[in-house]
Design a protein around this ligand. Structure first.
Ligand code: DPP
Ligand code: ZN
Length: 871
């Protein structure tokens, strides 16, 4: 495989103006007829027309109505090349035969539970027909679908239904027309036995839009929350960005077999059913929240992604970073902003930072979703909400209907605000997580407070030397009473900047840190403050400050910025965990710092704090996060330490935790809103702590919670708590849960994941057995993510020192790659950080990677990850 680079981008030689597709769906094969109006980019040019294609059987090829002769074109396994097409505009007709029922890659046209569906992003359309499969080819599409009327009563594609009718032999057809130009990755087709929940939304300019969510009939009752989420998203995008929906119909289809979460195909979103289906008994609060966020996400793509799309796949974050940012804001506005921010930052730390520091490190461009969203958030932090909105308005004004780049977005933000962004674009091109150090000093005589920043971006593969970044640092100074000190002015770079505006006191300011080293000096600071740095996590960096433990406990108790209150607790917990890891490695006895216990106790007992905030504050940093901070990752020591702290806290706070459980039980019906979710979150965190104790009374309590729960959020949390301790109770409850839910694959996937993630020693054997359980199916990505992905997320068993975990993953990857390379490549990435571990583990992991690379017929997807990991 050849690596493609951003600098190699070339404009296409040919554009496609219209594309008329016609599908004849069959049980053994499907025939695809495509008629394309082609225009050369440069008049008079007759360069070869190169079409992409994969796994296609070419049946016929015509130019201007004439069948091409053998010498006029070339076909290989990746391309169809027409060596000298006519000059000027011409018509191309291609007929191909494809085999959706054999397509286990779930990329292109395939079958899921007997229904046809498509997934074309990024390069699946080339598995449907020969095409210039690149996002800067934007065309108007029509799509005719023909199929058996009993097997496929519903026939859907993008845009509006313009014609339908019956045909001979119990067949029928439908013709769809999409009035908007689109790249082929947004094409979609669905055919099958589906029913819809229907509703309407009237846009603010008065367009009445029919909303339809399609599922197999039995799942229809579980689509109410998805419909609520869709309507909320449509309203929010109008309110916040002035963006309206642009057609009279919006379809969502839920399918059980899907490689990712969902896909924003124009007016025909296709979803992994776990992100559509929910009822209180079968979905947790986390599922409800994820559905809200992803329904919003795909809907928001209609403007950020579809109306304005990416020029090439190096610009992926143009649509994904921006749309993730938009869905984060949507969820924040509908729930708790602080709690959402904490959740998103935790995700960044769990998934992005480790990648940034490993062999797979890459810049936001080409394809970082989460960090891309952070970059968009920084524009908003620098420009404020109204400046950001101006930038968005200009972006759409300039680029509606176009395929553009990250620079175009940057330019719209800059030009709409007359902003000076200096080296901000480095965020797109420089990989790695910047490390920022801050040293502070108070001058009591001059009443000044100074902060010295220094920054460094660690080198990453292919980028040994880095430039300093443009880092917005939101900052406040907290006085001894716990209140923010008003900021009057700051001296920086030879200039004095007044901060209070029109006599209005300012309590948080955004410093622009742009150099390797620089100093900011605040004036009129009456006493030594405690600085609250990086409020709201204003930039995706690793911050290293000189705050003492006392300062951190003070911020934990007082900071007006709730995010930084949480963060202070996390910094303290990280420090504690690191010092205990070192004790554990030296075989010293582990002792819990009483001050830490006291801090946790006061948060738990604080009646003013939001309950979900308390739940987050009580949650220790993950094991991965701590391993990331060690010279050599030590999963055993980190796990031992985290378990130790959890047990200590549980036994010291046992009564408080029991009360928390009892006082936060659900009384009435399940309600999806912040106060109710917050209450359940707090109860469940308390229960999880208690689950770490060996105690009859607690076992009784957990069983009671399990049996009396009226919703899955609480029932499953009880199961998770019970699952921590091997023994008869655990086995019985797991069996009971299976019996109760075996008919519901989404619930059963959680049951698989729970067992896969277990810390029970030697769990790999149990997971191997589950591979053969009727509940498992290696062809279904959700089940693979639950069982295999869940197992790789368990530091103890995946990294077992005898290599059993690595061997298991190696075997599964080779088997899976033959069926579904995309899913296999996600699984193989669990190996990518093998060099972080001790020598024994390194040797074992390396051997598995080498074994994978030597497998016959390895896919490009797996090859890329495995070979980069080894490099
Ligand atoms: N474009 C898709 C999405 O945004 C990729 N998963 O969800
Ligand atoms: Zn997206």
């Amino acid at each position: 495989p050849i690596e493609i680079f951003l600098k190699d981008y070339k404009q296409p030689d040919y554009y496609f103006d219209t594309v008329d597709l016609s599908f004849t769906l069959g049980e053994e094969k499907t025939i695809v007829y495509s008629k394309i109006a082609v225009s050369p980019r440069l008049e008079g040019s007759s360069s070869p027309l190169i079409l992409d294609g994969a796994d296609l059987k070419l049946i016929s090829l015509k130019v201007n109505g004439n069948e091409l002769k053998e010498n006029d074109f070339r076909v290989d396994s990746r391309h169809l090349t027409i060596s000298s097409p006519p000059t000027g505009k011409f018509t191309l007709e291609v007929v191909t035969e494809i085999y959706p029922e054999k397509n286990t890659s779930l990329d292109g046209l395939y079958k899921s539970s007997g229904n046809f569906c498509t997934q074309c992003e990024a390069e699946g359309f080339r598995k449907i027909t020969y095409y210039q499969d690149r996002p800067d080819i934007m065309a108007k599409y029509t799509c005719r679908i023909e199929g058996d009327k009993s097997l496929y009563p519903v026939l859907l594609s993008n845009g509006n239904l313009v014609e339908e009718g019956d045909l001979e032999g119990n067949k029928h057809y439908a013709i769809w027309e999409d009035p908007f130009v689109k790249p082929c990755y947004l094409f979609a087709l669905v055919a099958g036995k589906l029913e819809s929940r229907d509703d309407t939304f009237t846009t603010r300019s008065g367009r009445k839009v029919l909303l339809r969510i399609w599922t197999p009939p039995q799942d229809l009752p579980k689509t109410a929350h998805a419909m609520y989420s869709l309507k909320a998203a449509m309203k929010w995008d109008e309110d916040v960005f002035g963006l309206e929906y642009d057609l009279d119909l919006f379809n969502i289809v839920a399918v059980p077999d899907f490689n990712m979460g969902a896909m924003e195909n124009k007016s025909l979103n296709i979803f992994n059913s776990k992100l559509v289906l929910a009822s209180p008994e079968t979905a947790t609060d986390a599922d409800y929240a994820a559905i809200l966020g992803v329904i919003g996400h795909e809907y928001f793509h209609n403007w950020t992604g579809n109306r304005v799309t990416c020029r090439d796949w190096f610009q992926l974050s143009l649509k994904e970073g921006l749309t993730v940012f938009r869905d984060q804001e949507f969820s924040s506005d509908l729930g708790s902003r602080t709690v959402k921010r904490i959740a998103d930052v935790s995700k960044l730390r769990t998934y992005q930072f480790p990648q940034d520091a490993g062999p797979m490190a890459h810049p936001v461009r080409p394809h970082s979703y989460i960090k891309g969203a952070e970059v968009v958030r920084m524009y908003k932090t620098l420009l404020t909400s109204s400046g950001f909105r101006k930038g968005m308005d200009l972006y759409f004004k300039r680029h509606d209907g176009q395929a553009v780049t990250c620079e175009d977005f940057f330019a719209a933000m800059r030009d709409a605000n007359g902003a000076d962004f200096s080296n901000f674009l480095l965020w797109y091109s420089q990989a790695g997580t910047p490390r920022v150090k801050v040293v502070s000093a108070y001058n009591a005589e001059a009443k000044t407070f100074s902060l010295k920043f220094s920054q460094e971006v660690p080198s990453t593969p292919g980028q040994p030397v880095k430039e300093p970044m443009f880092i917005p640092v939101a900052l406040g100074l907290v006085g001894s009473t716990g209140k923010d000190i008003p900021l009057s002015s700051v001296y920086h770079d030879g200039k004095l900047e007044t901060l209070s505006s029109n006599g209005q006191a300012v309590h948080t300011t955004v410093l622009r840190v742009t150099k390797k080293e620089e100093e900011f000096v605040f004036n009129d600071v009456p006493e030594r403050p405690v600085p609250s740095i990086l409020r709201g996590y204003s930039a995706p960096i690793r911050l290293d400050s000189d705050l003492t433990d006392a300062d951190l406990y003070f911020l934990l108790a007082n900071d007006s910025d709730e995010f930084n209150r949480w963060e202070a607790g996390q910094v303290l917990a990280r420090k504690l965990m690191l010092s205990l890891v070192s004790d554990s490695q030296q075989n010293k006895p582990l002792v819990l710092n009483p001050q830490f216990l006291h801090g946790i106790k006061s948060i738990l007992g604080d009646p003013i704090l939001d309950k979900e905030f308390i739940a987050k504050a009580l949650t220790l940093p993950g094991e991965g996060e701590i391993m990331d901070m060690l010279e050599v990752a030590d999963p055993d020591a980190v796990h031992a330490v985290r378990t130790f702290i959890r047990k200590q806290l549980a036994s010291e706070l046992k009564q408080e935790l029991i009360n928390t459980v009892k006082n936060n039980r659900s009384s009435e019906q399940y309600v999806f809103d912040h106060p109710n979710m917050a209450r359940r979150a707090l109860k469940n965190v308390a229960l999880a702590y208690l689950g770490s104790l060996e105690d009859e009374e607690i076992t009784e309590l957990m069983l009671h919670e399990y049996k009396t729960a009226t919703n899955l959020t609480e029932q499953f949390s009880a199961l998770v708590a019970i699952d921590q301790k091997p023994g008869q109770t655990r086995d019985e409850v797991l069996a009971d849960f299976y019996t109760k839910w075996q008919h519901d694959y989404l619930v059963i996937n959680k049951w698989l994941a729970l067992q896969a993630m277990s810390d029970v020693p030697g769990n790999v054997e149990n997971v191997r057995k589950l591979l053969n359980h009727p509940a498992f199916d290696i062809r279904n990505p959700n089940k693979v993510y639950s069982l295999i992905g869940g197992f790789c997320g368990s530091p103890v068993n995946f990294h077992a020192k005898d290599g059993s975990g690595y061997r298991f993953l190696g075997e599964v990857v080779v088997q899976l790659d033959k069926l579904n390379p995309q899913v296999a490549s996600r699984m193989v990435s669990a190996f990518s950080r093998w060099k972080r571990y001790d020598e024994t583990r390194q040797t074992l992991a390396k051997a598995e990677l080498e074994m994978i690379l030597s497998a016959n017929g390895l896919s490009e997807n797996v090859f890329e990850i495995a070979s980069k990991s080894l490099a």
